[in-house]
Each structure stands twice: as C-alpha cells, then as structure tokens.
Design a protein. Structure first.
Length: 263
C-alpha cells in the first residue's frame, strides 16, 4: 500500500494530498477527473520501477476548489509550483484524461524539472469530424460506463465511485470539471499552438476503443508534439490504465528505458 500525506502548498494556499510508493526515479501521476486519486494496480506496476507520486487535483476528492482555479492553465501553473516545493527533478510526468491535459499544458510552459512526459488519452484538443461522446449530456453512471471498453470489468470500480458516501465529493468534482471543460467542451483552442514547445521525450498512450475521444485524437496528439511516440492499447476505452493496467504501465516503463531518458 502507498504511503499518504497532506502537503501544504503555501504559494497557492492548498493542502495537497499525496500518495507515494516504490523506489527509483520520481514518476508523478496526474489523474483523470472521474477516478480521481485512486491508487490502482497500474500504480503498483509502475512502483516496481519508479518512485510513484500520485497527486490529487485541487477541488476533487471532497476538497473545496480554491478561489484561483478557473482554467486548466491554473492547474498547470499550480503543479509547477508543487514540483518546486517538493524539490523534484528529473521527473517522469504522466497524466490521464484531464490529468493529461494538465501535464501537456505544464510541459508547454516549463520542462526544466521534467525528464519525460506520458499522456494517456488526454483531453485538451479538438479534432473536427471525429465525433465522440458529450460527457455533460450523460448521467454520472452513464459517463463512467461510456469511458470503459468492458463494462463488466469496471462495474466494481464504478460502484465504488458512485457509493453514497462519495456523493459530496462527486458533486464538487463534477462542478470543477464543468468549470474547466464545459465551454468549449474538454479542449483549449489555443493549446495546439504551443505543443511544439514540449522538448522532452513524449509518449502518447491511447485506448484503441476510446469512444469519448476516438483514435483520430491519438493521431492528432502524436502529430502535434515533435518526436512523440504513439502506442495503442487494445481492449481498452478511455481508461487503458484501468482496463489494461499491466500493459499500459509496461508501455510507459519500456518507453522510458528504450528512450534512455531515465537518470
């Protein structure tokens, strides 16, 4: 089980929840909006090779959203402060969905503390003509099952997320997600203009059966980031790190090892 701690990020007046396990080079994981900071088998697999640091976005997990949080860019700047405050360097930054969007925004700003970047089905771009699912037109349960390829494989996880004692956290998280991604839907029109600034080795991981953001989105991210590598995960929807945790973690580890980006 990972160790857990709350860290006060004084520059932003936030008590940041951190879960940490493993040893080796630091790997910081920024989660998606729906699962939040749940420690998963995916993280256990990564912790066989890395010091895995799982962060929880402000405004999620039952916490109140800080007054300064209006845009994904605010989270990107916040995590730059976090990396500095935790004195982390040579970081392998990994983000999924919303967390991938935040990680990409961060990397367009400053990669001084990064060693590599891995984005798992990130939000943030729009591909004209590639129809996906409008999450904001779906119920909480429908959203969660829309994100999965194999409904049966994720039923227990969905039940935990929708448990009555999580109702307050769900409402707060849904409110923050709407604030960040309601209009325009889950993307920043300016982001594509700046992805060329990402100057660390970058891996794009995409669930082959992603219905929220179909395969064309993976190709668009691959084309937008110089030198990026794109890998597909079969039998996975928008949650390859949940539905295929070992393969997804191994793809990230192999990329870091083969690109010789580890310290």
């Amino acid at each position: 089980m990972p160790g857990s701690a709350n860290v006060a990020v004084t520059a932003c007046n936030v008590d940041l929840r951190i879960q940490r396990a493993g040893a080796g080079a630091p790997l910081v994981f920024l989660p998606d909006a729906h699962l939040g900071a749940q420690w998963l088998p995916f993280h256990d697999r990564l912790a066989e090779h890395f010091d895995v640091i799982l962060l929880e976005h402000p405004g999620y997990g039952g916490a109140d959203a800080p007054a300064w949080l209006d845009r994904v860019a605010d989270l990107a700047n916040f995590y730059l402060d976090v990396l500095t405050q935790l004195d982390l360097a040579q970081v392998h930054l990994v983000g999924a969905a919303l967390g991938g969007w935040v990680a990409a925004e961060l990397a367009t700003r400053n990669t001084a503390r990064l060693k590599s970047l891995a984005l798992i089905d990130p939000w943030g771009l729009r591909v004209d003509g590639a129809a996906g699912i409008d999450l904001f037109a779906r119920s909480d349960e429908q959203q969660l099952f829309d994100l999965a390829f194999d409904r049966k494989k994720t039923e227990a996880l969905v039940a935990r997320i929708l448990a009555p004692d999580n109702e307050d956290a769900l409402l707060k998280g849904r409110t923050v997600t709407a604030k960040l991604g309601w209009q325009p839907r889950l993307f920043d029109p300016a982001l594509g203009n700046w992805l060329h600034r990402i100057d660390v080795p970058t891996l794009i991981v995409w669930g082959r059966e992603d219905r929220l953001l179909p395969a064309a989105y993976g190709a668009a991210w691959h084309a937008a980031i110089p030198g990026a590598r794109l890998v597909w995960v079969a039998n996975a929807g928008h949650w390859p790190h949940v539905e295929q945790p070992a393969e997804t973690a191994d793809r990230i580890h192999d990329f870091i090892a083969h690109e010789r980006v580890a310290p």
